[in-house]
Design a binder for this molecule. Structure first.
Ligand code: ATP
Ligand code: MG
Length: 758
């Protein structure tokens, strides 16, 4: 090999180089964020090709996203000095499995042109089976069954392999329904997402000759983000690697963030057992972040108990501390971040100017994105949303907006079409064609067509009653909009409730449903800045039109989950509040595992930053038109003080807050500065007890004092937004047993109720 050809090796440190040069046998590279795992993996591919050890189509490389695969391929090409042609086995577990399954479909009882079902099809199929099985679908919804089956598939359990301990699932019927479902899929020549892996594993197990063939072909296996593989994926890998054992996995247990999807950190520990003699290589030098950023991240993750533990160091200049800032509310936070993005772009704090392309806002929950999108559109700051549609393009938001559009303008046919059978009202294709025809023949809008269908009784049974109800509802909503007497936020909530749209997602048991409900709440929140529904609809129409050209440098907005493996010069981490991040669910859980996974997510977030990292929280968030005050995230308290700089929130001195006559300046400062002066969570709470309750900004808003928790005693009267008044019957840590006058007895976290005097 010529010197030029191996120059890529000189870019590596000794540990990385060892990982790259150990071409044969199992290698496990276990190292913290930014230590160059992905770089080493990519270089390893180059080295395999360059030394003639493998041809491009003999390398199986599994990446986390298809985008990551493309990037890896580009980088390999650049290092090689020519395009990396023929790397046909580089992709995600799913994309590679599709390819394998198309080749051997018949071994799974399929034809090679099988279709891949989406979630909707999957649910519809399951529903049919549930009905056929005489099961009450209301009590045992198809979506729940879908969740159970996905889970089993993630563990590589075919119907016959589901262990007896799981037999009670879904009223003892899940296993039987699962088998029926698989049978039905086969008849339809279809697979669902989970099947892609499962079928491949099953084929490999049942047909050693096929497996052997691939073991011979795919002689080198490389896996990035190994910590997030689930059991089925692990079996898939182990089967393929068994013959030659040339498998190199890289990962970081501290970045395992897909436990909810069945990923198992245990796979890392199993690796050494399953592949005896594996070389375990640890990388410790971080090349991405400044010492302060690294120090903050390492300090935080140290609070996790279940970790393998590792050291990280960097020789980069010290740089900026991680910045921490508290804001009065979410809007203020978005405004401030918008200004900061612009400041960093100009060059501030002695830093070189940073292009928006190298900045990211990483949120815990996708509904948080809306505030940023609105703000950035207002100030004309180009942005892109990664890993999902932009807020106003989301399915549930477009459905809800269609309802609002009909309420404002009942002749909006597109809106009518969209919602006439959403949620399902028994108005399927036939009914819709009928409405279309009647309307077309009479030359009237669809709503009018529907009215005629109803009055002339052109439709039978349930459909007719449902259509009558819908027409009446739209009339009523429109009437209210016209009279303008009702507050538009209330009206919007009512529309979503009356139409059954909110309930539709409440009854939905898929993992996405809670997020969709959050987004709907966020939509209602967005309404508050407008006089009426019309004004809001115009605003959104303008927003949607306001697409910036694609060459613009854009700041990225994405979830923390989507940010895995990426890096940015500047990173903003907003919404660090208990209940949002860590999520309420993880805090309510009895064990620590949920909370530890949230902490790993926080670690992923901080370690995306190269130069400057800013964490923020808001003292108040509006939910359904009501203020809820929030406590800074417990993770903030876990950041090592030495690596953090607390910024003073804007508007503190004679700024916006004072003008509005609020205590918020004090509030925000207390929240921001004092958090850091208090070494522990406990003291923060003590201080909170002596702190005045925030005043509502507008009279119709209610302040819920989230910190009243410790002050309750048995027999206290309390009020909860949803359940109404009740009496405290039991106290256990921060959880209360409350007997509500109307809603009955509930166990809930104390900060969701307020003291009531009645
Ligand atoms: P993550 O855990 O976040 O996926 P990683 O371990 O995969 O991180 P990489 O993305 O491979 O880390 O590398 C982080 C950054 O450090 C990249 O910008 C990469 O180019 C750079 N880097 C890696 N190794 C070296 C090295 N030996 N010398 C200089 N820069 C390096
Ligand atoms: Mg990586």
């Amino acid at each position: 090999l010529g010197a030029r050809q191996v120059a890529y090796l000189d870019d590596l440190n000794p540990a990385q180089r060892a990982a790259v040069e150990a071409l044969d046998g199992p290698v496990l590279m276990l190292a913290g964020a930014g230590t160059g795992k992905t770089k080493a993996l990519t270089t390893r591919i180059v080295h395999l090709l360059n030394t003639g050890r493998a041809r491009p189509n003999e390398i199986l490389a599994v990446t986390f996203t298809n985008k990551a695969a493309r990037e890896m391929k580009d980088r390999v090409g650049r290092m090689l000095g020519h395009a990396a042609e023929g790397m046909g086995w580089m992709g995600t577990f799913h994309s590679i499995s599709v390819k394998l399954l198309r080749r051997h479909a018949e071994l799974a009882g399929l034809r090679s042109n099988f279709t891949i079902l989406d979630t909707d099809d999957q649910i519809r199929l399951l529903k049919q089976l549930i009905l056929a099985g005489n099961i009450d679908e209301k009590r045992w919804p198809a979506r729940q069954l879908a969740g159970i089956i996905d889970n089993w598939k993630n563990r590589a359990w075919t119907p016959t392999r589901v262990p007896a301990s799981e037999a009670s699932a879904f009223n003892n019927r899940a296993v039987e329904l699962y088998a029926a479902y698989q049978e039905r899929l086969r008849t339809l020549n279809a697979v669902d997402f989970g099947d892609l892996l499962l079928h491949v594993v099953t084929i490999f197990q049942a047909h050693p000759d096929v497996l052997e063939q691939y073991q011979r072909w795919l002689r080198y296996i490389l896996v990035d983000e190994y910590q997030d593989t689930n059991v089925a994926q692990y079996m898939w890998l182990r089967l393929l690697a068994q013959g030659h054992c040339n498998i190199c996995c890289v990962g970081d247990d501290d970045q395992s963030i897909y436990g909810w999807r069945g990923a198992e950190v245990g796979n890392i520990l199993r690796f050494e057992k399953d592949f005896p003699g594996a070389q375990v290589i640890r990388l410790e030098q971080n090349y991405r972040s400044t010492p302060h950023i690294l120090g903050a991240a390492s300090g935080l993750i140290a609070s996790n108990k279940g970790r393998l533990g590792k050291t990280l160091w960097t020789d980069a200049p010290e740089g900026e501390r991680v910045r921490l800032i508290g804001h009065w509310d979410g809007e203020e936070e978005a405004r401030w971040i918008g200004e900061e993005v612009e400041a960093l772009q100009r060059g501030t704090r002695g830093l070189d100017p940073i292009s928006p392309d190298h900045m990211a806002i990483l949120v815990r929950a996708s509904h948080q994105m809306r505030a940023f999108e609105d703000r950035f559109l207002t100030i004309g700051l180009p942005y892109r949303v990664i890993g999902g549609p932009r807020f106003y393009e989301r399915l549930e938001i477009r459905d809800a907006m269609a309802y609002f559009r009909l309420a404002v303008g009942p002749t909006d046919d597109l809106a009518f079409e969209r919602i006439v059978n959403t949620p399902k009202r028994g108005l399927g294709d036939k009914a819709q064609q009928l409405i279309q025809r009647v309307a077309r023949e009479a030359g009237v809008p669809l709503l009018e067509g529907a009215r005629r269908v109803v009055s002339e009784g052109l439709l039978g049974g349930k459909g007719l009653a449902e259509l009558r109800r819908l027409v009446t509802q739209i009339d009523q909503w429109h009437d209210r909009v016209r009279r303008g007497e009702q507050n538009h936020i209330e009206l919007a909530e009512q529309i979503l409730d009356d139409s059954g749209y909110t309930a539709h997602w409440q009854n939905d048991k898929t993992p996405e449903a809670p997020g969709r409900l959050e987004n709907l709440k966020e939509l209602v929140k967005a309404l508050e800045q407008f006089e009426n529904l019309q004004g809001f609809l115009e605003h959104v129409a303008l927003i949607m039109d306001n697409e910036t050209e694609d060459t613009a440098e854009k700041v990225s907005i994405m979830t923390l989950h989507a940010a895995k493996g990426l890096e940015f010069q500047a990173v903003f981490l907003p919404g660090w509040e208990d209940g949002l991040f860590p999520s309420q669910r993880s805090m309510d859980e009895s064990g620590l595992s949920g909370l530890e996974e949230e902490r790993r997510l926080a670690y992923v977030g901080i370690t995306r930053a190269e130069v400057i990292c800013t964490i923020s929280f808001a003292s108040n968030r509006r939910v359904y038109g009501q203020w809820q005050s929030a406590l800074p995230s417990r993770f903030i308290d876990e950041l090592p003080e030495d690596h953090v700089e607390v910024l003073t929130p804007p508007g503190l001195y004679g700024g916006g807050y004072g003008a509005a006559g609020m205590t918020s300046g004090v509030e925000a400062r207390a929240a921001s500065a004092n958090v850091y002066n208090s070494p522990g969570w406990k003291r923060l709470q003590e201080r909170a007890a002596t702190r005045p309750v925030a005043q509502p900004r507008e009279s119709r808003n209610v302040v819920i004092d989230l910190e009243a928790a410790s002050s309750f005693t048995l027999g206290d009267r309390v009020f909860h937004q949803k359940f109404g008044y009740g009496t405290v019957q039991g106290i256990e840590g921060d959880k209360l047993d409350v007997s509500f006058d109307k809603a009955g007895s509930k166990k809930l976290v104390a900060r969701f109720v307020v003291a009531a005097d009645q």
